[in-house]
Design a protein around this ligand. Structure first.
Ligand SMILES: Cc1cc2nc3c(=O)[nH]c(=O)nc-3n(C[C@H](O)[C@H](O)[C@H](O)COP(=O)(O)OP(=O)(O)OC[C@H]3O[C@@H](n4cnc5c(N)ncnc54)[C@H](O)[C@@H]3O)c2cc1C
Length: 310
């Protein structure tokens, strides 16, 4: 299997790596080795690899910037398909439409929009990660979400066939999309509808949002952003704070003192430590407030149930 996969990558000029440490590719800086890692650089190459994985039953996982992934200490027994800078083209089209490949950084797309006097991405411009990851998670901040600007996307299904989905068929809701429902489908490109505005005003709004993030979030520590989804009717950070859990630690993982909604990696935390900490927080919040907190980061190579919550 390995030789055939490597030959396929060579045929499509896609870099192929073995035993890649996931901790080096996730913003949490956590995770053991993945068996195989492919730098995707074309739709044709991605389609061929997907077909191969489908026919051989090889497990695979698509990774953008790894900013919402918590990877197992044991790593991943399969192939990581990385959509990054080799897959990050973008262009401005007529009628204030922007088209980008899914590996493009959301911040780069927002910067290009500002340069072309196009407004609509300011509030989400500071969210780390790729456009593909942002659409999959329906990422959002400051009352704006990907849902508000996306027009359509092209994606490959598990057999490597290309399809287009229009906005209304994307099932976008809070941290949810067609792609969280179908994790074997991969977004290739995204069409975004923006509005004309003055570049200076757009950039000023982007700076304001960036300042706001810097003042509220523990950006100097590795994390995956908000660790828990917002429960209906309240905020995870408020509930965690209410339970007196700010600063609570398990090994190298800690509930941030600055923002209780963030679990941070303060000293070479393991995935196990993060999940034990999260289990403890979930239990305490449930006990004290009746709210069920759900994890937001996507777990890779592991399930939370694998750990005892104490
Ligand atoms: C400091 C910090 C702040 C954050 N702030 C916010 C915030 O304000 N709002 C917010 O919503 N999130 C926030 N996040 C979380 C994260 O940045 C977003 O979820 C982001 O959109 C994930 O993009 P990514 O490229 O890193 O995706 P990854 O983490 O690599 O992947 C996330 C999920 O998307 C899937 N995926 C990735 N690319 C594709 C693709 N091309 N096709 C199909 N599926 C794909 C992956 O398989 C995985 O299931 C924050 C994270 C950090 C570290």
């Amino acid at each position: 299997m390995e030789t055939r996969l490597q030959q396929l990558c060579e045929a499509y000029h896609m870099p192929f790596f073995k035993n890649v440490l996931l901790g080096g590719h996730t913003t949490f800086q956590i995770g053991g080795k993945a068996d195989f890692w492919i730098e995707i650089n074309s739709v044709e190459g991605l389609s061929a690899v997907l077909r191969f994985c489908h026919e051989t039953g090889t497990p695979h996982f698509v990774m953008g910037k790894g900013s919402n992934v918590l990877a197992s200490d044991e790593g991943y027994r399969g192939v990581i398909l990385h959509l990054g800078k080799e897959f990050s083209g973008m262009s401005v089209q007529e009628n204030h439409i922007l088209v980008c490949q899914s590996g493009a950084m959301l911040s780069s797309v927002a910067n290009m929009a500002a340069k072309h006097q196009l407004s609509g991405m300011e509030a989400i411009s500071g969210i780390p990660g790729s456009v593909g990851g942002a659409l999959c998670m329906n990422a959002g901040a400051y009352q704006r979400e990907m849902k508000d600007i996306v027009l359509s996307c092209d994606y490959l299904d598990a057999s490597g066939n290309l399809h287009t989905l229009q906005r209304n068929d994307l099932n976008l809701s809070y941290r949810h999309s067609f792609f969280t429902e179908h994790s074997d489908c991969i977004i290739c490109s995204v069409k975004i509808q923006l509005q004309p505005d003055n570049s200076g005003a757009i950039r000023a709004r982007m700076s304001e949002y960036a300042e706001c993030r810097k003042s509220k979030q523990p950006l100097n520590y590795p994390s995956a952003g908000s660790t828990f989804k917002r429960p209906k009717g309240d905020f995870a950070s408020r509930l965690i704070d209410l339970c007196g859990l700010k600063g609570f630690r398990v090994g190298g993982a800690q509930v941030s003192e600055k923002h209780a909604g963030f679990v941070i990696n303060i000293n070479r935390a393991t995935c196990e430590e993060v999940l034990r900490l999260c289990g403890y927080v979930q239990n305490k919040v449930l006990e004290k407030t009746g709210y069920i907190l759900e994890l937001e980061p996507v777990l890779l190579g592991i399930q939370q149930e694998d750990f005892l919550c104490n």
